[in-house]
Design a protein around this ligand. Sequence first.
Ligand code: ZN
Length: 273
Amino acid sequence: MLKYILLTTFIFCCTLFSQAQHPPVFEGIQTDTSVIQLNNLKINLVKYSYGKPNIHFLAIHDDEDTGIRAAFEYIRFSGGTIIDSQYGNTRNYKFAHKGLNFQTDPNSIYSYEGIVMGLEKYGNIDSDEVVEKLQETSRSVLDYYRADQHGYMFTLHNNADGGFGITSYLKGYPLEKTADSVHVNFDMDPDDLILVTELALFNNFKKQNVNVVLQSEGGPEDGSLSVYAMYKKIPYINVEVQHGHDYEHLRLIEIAIKVLHETYPHLKQKATE
Ligand SMILES: [Zn+2]
């Protein structure tokens, strides 16, 4: 009897854990994992593939599951891959180095300046070794995603209700300087938006009348993936919605893929080959 209870408890815990940590896998989906060891922190880059590899999504924050669920819905019907970063269901990388605790935002490690700024932001002490480790980590993420093969970067993020949103980029608001152009659809929730690095993408999103921001080339070098992509001239799309807006996330993903293919017909052709 005890054995049975223990077993049941074990299964229950694992079910709970898997719900918290992993998206709802479905039959026929394939997974492949690349592990990054950032000192004592294990970062699993779990790649889910289904059907034709029509589109390639990347999620770098582990506590943002709405995007992963929406992407699952997308690839289940249309095919594609998703890289889901899993490192403990939190936003920041938290790890130890030589007996000291460090933490930083995974979206600040894509340049030297960004890494230093990101570490400072969380009150970490200066450490060249830690900077190097984070540089290695960013290279591993980039190597696994293969933007050079895809010809673009398509990221998924989620945010909280209120606070950051499309209006943050308007004149007089905190992120004004990071945006060249902003288009707002006032019927949409301001927390649901798309950020791009190419004017051609921005113009086509605007035609779709969705909340969209064109990142400024004069904005701060914050080590984010979008700034990295801009410098490398890789067309970048971030579809970001409020936590729990699953349907809106899926709707915007569908619009984004349409816009991506409209803007770059060779990518559409590649996707249908
Ligand atoms: Zn995020």
